[in-house]
Design a protein around this ligand. Structure first.
Ligand SMILES: Cc1cc2nc3c(=O)[nH]c(=O)nc-3n(C[C@H](O)[C@H](O)[C@H](O)COP(=O)(O)O)c2cc1C
Length: 219
């Protein structure tokens, strides 16, 4: 979808775009890994080091959780949701039939990558470039999203399936305490990954013509 056969100068470009096209959301995951934990770690570390940030502020923080440590995140989410059920804020039936099975399916995976932004670290640059002050927070989140995407694509390239979750702020406090993380790290997303046990669902694409324009192109 989206492109005809194009001859790129560098074959790696075609490979990169193939990876981009094949990345999907996988919900059926199990606790197996096609690669070493060192290889997973190096993907994450490369994303921390090399994904760009505005003014090179380097605001993203990432925590990689594997196996039993990964399971703890989803135990936390289940416990928090159970508390909401007890408090009458979430219907018990919805929790038992939908939320809990979903959280258990995340728990059944191999790992979770937690993505954070350290907004506090932006204080000096906000002062220095006051004219941009209100831009730095959204820029930091955009940079974080780039890391999320890179890690997602790279993990899938290595044979994992992954899905992206957003259980903040519900789980933030317990996560911070469990892994003794700095209070200034604000969590944005959780990327759950594992060996795929099922294929992603069908995906519909809105017409490209409504979403893309080009001007000045040579024939
Ligand atoms: C910014 C963003 C937030 C998302 N949040 C969630 C989420 O909270 N839970 C979830 O299951 N999927 C989430 N997704 C996954 C999207 O639903 C999914 O990427 C989209 O439907 C396209 O499907 P694909 O990933 O298979 O291409 C999110 C994706 C993006 C890019």
């Amino acid at each position: 979808m989206g492109s005809t056969q194009i001859a790129f100068k560098n074959p790696a470009t075609a490979t990169l775009l193939e990876l981009v096209k094949s990345r999907r959301t996988y919900y059926g995951l199990k606790a197996e890994s096609p690669i070493s934990d060192d290889a997973i770690q190096s993907i994450i570390q490369d994303s921390v080091l090399h994904v760009p940030s505005s003014f090179n502020t380097q605001t993203s923080r990432i925590v990689l959780l594997l196996k039993e440590e990964h399971e703890k995140v989803w135990d936390i989410a289940i416990k928090v949701m159970e508390g909401l059920v007890e408090a009458g804020k979430v219907p018990k039936e919805m929790f038992e039939n939908h939320t809990k099975p979903k959280l258990l399916s995340f728990r059944a995976a191999y790992g979770t990558v937690l993505f954070f932004v350290d907004y506090d670290s932006l204080a000096p640059i906000k002062e220095k470039f006051a004219i941009y002050a209100d831009k730095f927070d959204p820029f930091a989140l955009e940079s974080n999203a780039m890391s999320q995407y890179l890690v997602w694509v790279a993990l899938q390239s290595e044979g994992f399936g992954a899905n992206l979750q957003h259980y903040s702020p519900l789980i933030d406090e317990e996560v911070r305490k469990t892994w003794d993380l700095p209070a200034s790290w604000k969590m944005d997303a959780q990327l759950v990954f594992g060996a795929p046990t099922s294929e992603p669902g069908e995906k519909a694409f809105s017409p490209l013509e409504e979403r893309f324009k080009v001007f000045g192109k040579s024939a």
